[in-house]
Design a protein around this ligand. Structure first.
Ligand code: ZN
Length: 410
């Protein structure tokens, strides 16, 4: 799978990292020998880099270039503990903008589009990169940032925004508000670039129908530039990623071994061009697999599947491992069930209890829906649950990621 020129680039990068005198890289690669015979097997024996490594290097221990070359930093949200700081050189910013430009081109966004950007600005990578990419294709960027939904909708109507950039949770919130206010005919969106988090088919359809827009999944993470690393195309065959900037591996999250092509596992990314903070074998904790064959869109860039979830989202109930994506999948198969759900896990009288709250379409018989969902769950996942049907809008929505799993056992 790995091309000779990719291996060559990685070898050069490691040789460079070995020259750094202190900080994360000096420690990590000091004992690694990069001889002329350095092979793919040698590469696959290199240690992984994890978020904890970057956190330990706070604030600038992962700067891999002279400071005069650094033009900006970004930081990951760091809801718990120390944040991660990523330095960027001008080349890093230019490369990132180019990748993001490709993302817009992949979705057909052009210089007559008006791009409504709701992700956050500031230390975050999202707002500024959605904007840079939009400007690079000549579109009109509308840098809203998050929050104030009514103001968002007013601007969306007055400026006739044609493209929405958002998380899936916020897109749902906007879509529902548009329905409630009955302003669908004043909304001119025709495309949505939706930041990748795992979301079910039902949620996608619901957002797409309410907004009247075709939706694209866009992927990226702060540690690896930010959003714009991969995007889906019109054919929805997974997400194309920029293999001239990255080397992707899929590993078994438990053993760390590289999996055979097509098997589902954890995505590991090596950057090929990054200067400010290059990363070798960075564990994303995102679950996906490589898609086989070429895409009808004709893009030469390979694809990974839409994310299935995160390795750290996995939860175990009654000895069975499961992911939020599987819950969404089960609910997706039951007619009359809407897209939103919440899982509560408790431990009572010596056993695990899973209560599944889910929203049902208006006019559905809740008792009947509960029996249907419990039955589907038992057949597909193999455990009994307590189903609780609620009305649409009863479960919480959020502007960022919506929390759906509440584990009260620990
Ligand atoms: Zn394609």
């Amino acid at each position: 799978m790995m091309k000779i020129e990719v291996l060559q680039k990685i070898k050069e990068k490691i040789r460079h990292l070995k020259t750094i005198e202190d900080g994360f890289y000096a420690e990590r690669y000091k004992d690694v020998e990069v001889t002329d015979s350095f092979s793919i097997e040698d590469f696959e024996a290199l240690p992984f880099t994890d978020k904890a490594d970057l956190r330990d290097a706070y604030p600038l221990g992962i700067m891999a270039c002279p400071e005069e070359k650094v033009v900006r930093i970004h930081s990951s949200s760091g809801t718990t503990g120390t944040p991660v700081i990523i330095p960027y050189t001008q080349k890093d910013i230019d490369d990132w903008t180019l990748m993001f430009k490709r993302c817009y081109e992949m979705t057909g966004v052009g210089n007559m589009d008006r791009v409504h950007i709701t992700p956050g600005y500031g230390l975050w990578t999202a707002g500024i990169s959605f904007q840079a990419g939009a400007e690079a294709v000549g579109a009109m960027a509308i840098p809203m940032g998050p929050g104030n939904t009514d103001k968002q909708l007013k601007m969306m109507m007055d400026l006739k925004s044609t493209v929405l950039c958002s998380t899936s949770s916020y897109a749902l919130l906007l879509a529902e508000r548009i329905e409630q206010m009955g302003i669908g005919d004043k909304i001119h969106l025709h495309k949505g670039l939706i930041g990748s988090e795992q979301w079910g088919e039902k949620m996608r359809r619901r957002i797409s129908d309410s907004l009247g827009a075709k939706l694209y999944d866009i992927y990226g993470l702060t540690e690896i530039y930010g959003p714009g690393v991969a995007i889906s195309c019109d054919y929805e065959t997974g997400m194309h990623y920029w293999d001239d900037f990255f080397y992707f591996e899929i590993i078994d999250p438990n053993t760390g071994k590289v999996l055979p092509f097509g098997e589902e596992g954890e995505l590991v990314i090596t950057t090929l061009e990054k200067e400010g903070a290059p990363l070798i074998r960075y564990r994303t904790h995102d679950l996906t697999h490589f898609e086989n064959g070429s895409c009808p869109c004709g893009s030469p860039h390979p694809r990974i599947a839409t994310l299935k979830g995160r390795t750290d989202d996995m939860f175990k109930v009654k000895g069975v491992n499961m992911f939020p994506a599987q819950v969404a999948e089960v609910l997706g198969e039951v007619a009359g069930v809407s897209s939103e759900y919440q899982v509560m896990i408790d431990h009572l009288n010596g056993r695990d209890i899973l209560t599944l709250y889910f929203e049902v379409d208006n006019g559905q018989n809740k008792e009947f829906m509960e029996a249907e969902v419990a039955d589907h769950f038992k057949r597909k996942i193999g455990i009994g649950i307590f189903p609780k049907a609620v009305d649409i809008g009863e479960l919480p929505r959020s502007e960022k990621k919506t929390t759906r799993i509440y584990d009260n056992r620990y």
